[in-house]
Each structure stands twice: as structure tokens, then as C-alpha cells.
Design a binder for this molecule. Structure first.
Ligand SMILES: Cc1cc2nc3c(=O)[nH]c(=O)nc-3n(C[C@H](O)[C@H](O)[C@H](O)COP(=O)(O)OP(=O)(O)OC[C@H]3O[C@@H](n4cnc5c(N)ncnc54)[C@H](O)[C@@H]3O)c2cc1C
Length: 436
């Protein structure tokens, strides 16, 4: 196919789109302002340590991302497959059984430690109620509202639903969309043992998909221009030119804007006719994610690769040593807005260290190394009734891709990848129509 498509953004969405186009022999050039591939899911090199910009969890239900990992030559060994296990030291242990749905969950709930019978019944009640209404709930309902409607116990809300909601939607239960939460539960917990498996990358997030995707493009005439911010998109008679392109005369037949929402608005305004869309995208509310890395020495490890924490500020801790990383390196995650935002780096490090000591009931050594990484606009706040744009723009040949586009899922790697694949299929359709 003789068309040339520019993709702006080498995050998971932009690269998924580029891979799908290159696979169908479309010439693609991908631009990224950064020299590191992966966008909001990327490796960070600091003081000789290689960590991610934030701990990411994938689910067995991430079918498109898993397909693309296989397509681009990824190895299954790059992901640790863990049966869904919710372990909060001294408070809860729930592990889904390796059985077909719904028995995997029912067995896990019945045999869980730390739950009263009223909690177990409430959990099964919520799942049954959602199943009965085909996982459709009122569009304005929050997760907290759903909890009230299905009479969830305070213990269950604190130990299971609040941490799961904030992990999946990066939005607290009081503000989070019950419909999107129901979609996540439908495709994970309610879908069977394999779909609810937690897949935790054993390699860094740039190495997991972006680097193999870049290799895939390179052997299919694709170009990757990193360290190249696109400053503006200009419409010309035959297509588009990009300001910032090292080949300034190059004309692209179509352009896919695959940046985060906070970068998309500004670029859309440079095109003309897209101001309303830009305003809508810029109006999406954001939530931050902070990841605190503590290197506590090789003798230190958690009872499970991933544990829940309830006494704030962190909600989850991951033992990178058990996940293919440096022994004794812990990643502690604080999702969404909260009081931690008022703390200095030192106060936060001390608070997390103290929290781990209290919840694990052990004395921990002082960290050999530590790092606090805050992504202030990690994801959009996944609230009920949020208007998310579709992939089309008012300008023919200019498309959007990214985790914030209209979808059944919250902002995740899977929604980013699905959006990239969907936009690629729309671009391909227009190419086929114009060739016919
Ligand atoms: C800390 C953290 C933890 C997370 N945890 C999880 C998790 O556990 N599970 C999960 O599924 N998801 C998680 N997510 C969400 C997931 O990372 C995102 O949904 C996904 O990475 C978004 O991908 P994207 O391609 O849509 O956007 P991005 O990754 O933001 O990619 C956009 C790219 O565009 C580039 N760009 C911007 N402007 C320009 C320009 N002018 N010119 C050229 N390039 C430009 C950027 O450099 C970037 O590389 C987490 C996110 C964060 C930040």
C-alpha cells in the first residue's frame, strides 16, 4: 500500500496502532518526544537502578495486549502468571482456585481467611446481582453506590473493594464509575481463573512491548523517530505535514495522534476545526499515581509477590525480587489523590517504611536506595458518565488513539492497545476504500 501514516506517540497505544498498520504493509513513521519508548509505561534508569515509572499489573483478560506480545515476538516468560491472590498481612488471604468460573471464585471466597460469613455472602451477592443484570448498572452510579445497593459489609469494602477499585480504575470508590468497575469484574473475576490471573511483568515496561514493537516496525519499512517532539500538525492539499519532523517536506496521508490526553489538546488546536474536541479532551479530570521504591537488601522479602496494605498511604506493595527483579527491591503503590500529596519526599519515604513495618509486624533495615516517582496525570479519573472522545476527529485523515478514548475499560495498557488496534483498522478501511 502506498500510503504513509504518521503516528505521534510511542506509548502502548501508538505502537499497537503502528504494528497493526505495518503488518498490513502500510508505511508508518512513529514520533515520540522522549528517547525512551513506552510513554506512561516505561523504564526509568536512576543511580544504576532500572525500575519502571510505576508498578503495572496486567490481567489474564488483557487479550489484545497478549496477542500483540505474541505477534511481536515476546516470550511468555516475560510475565509472571499469578492466580488472583489478595493477601493483606494479618487481615486477609483469598486465592482464586484453578477451577472453571464461577467455582474458582466461589471456592476462593469460601476458603478465604479473614472474612466472616456475612462478608462471604455479601461478596457472592454482589457478583450474583451483577450477573443477573448482565453487568449493566445505572450510568450515574458510583462504586460506593453499588456497594450500598448490594449491602457490602464495611470489612469487605475496606479489604477488597476499595483496594481493587483504586487499583483498576485509579479512582476512589466514592467517585469511581460502577459501570466501568462492573465491566472489569465481568472480564476478570467473573470470567474464570485464566482471565482473573494477575500477570506481572518480569522485564521492564519498555522491554515488554515497546522495544519488540519497534523491532517489528524496523523490519517492515517502519521508521521510529525518538527524541522528536511534534510541535504542530499542518493540513496541506495532499495530507499533513508535521512541525518538528526532521524531514520537513514529508507529507503524510493520515496522522494518528496517540499522545496522552494532556498533550493531545494542544496539538489538535494547531490543526484547525478541532477546538471543541481539544476542549473536551483537556476537560478530562486526572488522577496521579505515586510509586515508592525501597531497596531493603537481599534478605528482605514479602510473604507474597504482591500484598495489600490498609493503613495508608500505600495500598499495595510488590516484591520485585520475586518478580525477576533485584532481591529486596519493593515497589509500593499509592493510587489516586490523597493526603500523601502534601508530604515531602522524605516524609513519604519514612511513612511508607513505617507502614510496611507495622503491617508486616517486623523491623526493616534502612533502605540502601530509594526512589519516589509521581506521575501527576497518570490516568483520567474514571467517574460515572464521563464523556470520552471516539477515535474520529472533525478532520478527515486525522485520528486519535489512547487509553482515554471511549471504551468499556478504565485507562489501562489494555484500553490503550485496544484503542491503537481499533484506530489502525479504521485507517486501513479508508485506505481500502480510496484504493477501490
Ligand atoms: C504509574 C502508573 C501506573 C499504572 N498502572 C497500571 C496498571 O497496573 N495496569 C494497567 O493496565 N495500566 C496502568 N497504568 C496505565 C497505563 O500505563 C496507561 O493507560 C498507558 O500506558 C497509556 O498508554 P497511551 O499509549 O495511551 O499513552 P502514553 O503512554 O502517555 O503515550 C503517549 C506518548 O506520546 C508521546 N508524546 C506526547 N506528546 C508528544 C509530541 N508532541 N510529539 C511526539 N510525542 C509525544 C509521549 O512521550 C508518550 O510516549 C498506569 C499508569 C501509570 C502512570
Amino acid at each position: 500500500m502506498s500510503q504513509h501514516v504518521a503516528v505521534i506517540g510511542a506509548g502502548y497505544a501508538g505502537l499497537a496502532c503502528a504494528v497493526e498498520l505495518a503488518r498490513r504493509r502500510v508505511q508508518v513513521t512513529v514520533f515520540d518526544r522522549s528517547h525512551t519508548l513506552g510513554g506512561r509505561a516505561r523504564v526509568v534508569n536512576k543511580d544504576g537502578w532500572r525500575v519502571d515509572n510505576g508498578q503495572h499489573i496486567l490481567l489474564g483478560a488483557y487479550s489484545e495486549l497478549l496477542r500483540l506480545l505474541r505477534l511481536t515476538g515476546g516470550s511468555p516468560k516475560q510475565l509472571a502468571h499469578l492466580p488472583l491472590t489478595l493477601h493483606t498481612p494479618g487481615a486477609l488471604h483469598l486465592q482464586a482456585a484453578r477451577l472453571p468460573a464461577p467455582f474458582h471464585l466461589a471456592f476462593g471466597v469460601i476458603s478465604a481467611k479473614g472474612l466472616q460469613w456475612s462478608d462471604r455472602l455479601a461478596m457472592l451477592r454482589l457478583m450474583r446481582s451483577l450477573k443477573k443484570r448482565a453487568f449493566r448498572v445505572a450510568p450515574d452510579l458510583t462504586v460506593a453506590g453499588l456497594m450500598r445497593e448490594t449491602r457490602q459489609t464495611p470489612h469487605l469494602v475496606k479489604l477488597i473493594w476499595e483496594p481493587l477499585c483504586v487499583a483498576a480504575l485509579n479512582t476512589p470508590v466514592g467517585e469511581a464509575s460502577a459501570q466501568i468497575f462492573a465491566n472489569v469484574l465481568r472480564d476478570s473475576l467473573a470470567a474464570g481463573a485464566a482471565a482473573s490471573e494477575l500477570l506481572i511483568p518480569r522485564v521492564d515496561l519498555s522491554e515488554l512491548f515497546p522495544v519488540p514493537a519497534a523491532r517489528f516496525l524496523a523490519v517492515r519499512r517502519g521508521k521510529l523517530r525518538t527524541g522528536t517532539p511534534v510541535e504542530a500538525i499542518q493540513r496541506v492539499d495532499e495530507g499533513f505535514r508535521l512541525e518538528g519532523d526532521p524531514s520537513p517536506r514529508q507529507i503524510y496521508d493520515q496522522v494518528v495522534l496517540a499522545t496522552a490526553p494532556h498533550h493531545a489538546g494542544g496539538l489538535l488546536r494547531t490543526v484547525g476545526d478541532c477546538d471543541r474536541l481539544a476542549t473536551m479532551i483537556e476537560g478530562l479530570p486526572n488522577e496521579p499515581i505515586t510509586t515508592v521504591y525501597l531497596a531493603l537488601g537481599p534478605t528482605c522479602h514479602l510473604p507474597f509477590p504482591m500484598i495489600g496494605l490498609t493503613r495508608g498511604p500505600a495500598q499495595w506493595a510488590f516484591d520485585r525480587g520475586q518478580l525477576g527483579g533485584q532481591p529486596g527491591l519493593l515497589a509500593c503503590v499509592i493510587s489516586a489523590h490523597g493526603p500523601h500529596e502534601g508530604m515531602s519526599r522524605e516524609e513519604l519515604l519514612l511513612a511508607i517504611h513505617r507502614q510496611l513495618e507495622q503491617e508486616l509486624d517486623v523491623r526493616l533495615p534502612s533502605p540502601e536506595w530509594s526512589q519516589v516517582i509521581t506521575e501527576r496525570r497518570a490516568t483520567f479519573a474514571c467517574r460515572p458518565g464521563l464523556m470520552r472522545p471516539g477515535p474520529q476527529t472533525p478532520v478527515a485523515g486525522l485520528w486519535l488513539a489512547g487509553d482515554y478514548l471511549e471504551s468499556e475499560y478504565p485507562a489501562t495498557l489494555e484500553s490503550a492497545v485496544r484503542s491503537g488496534v481499533d484506530t489502525a483498522s479504521r485507517v486501513l478501511r479508508t485506505i481500502r476504500i480510496s484504493a477501490a
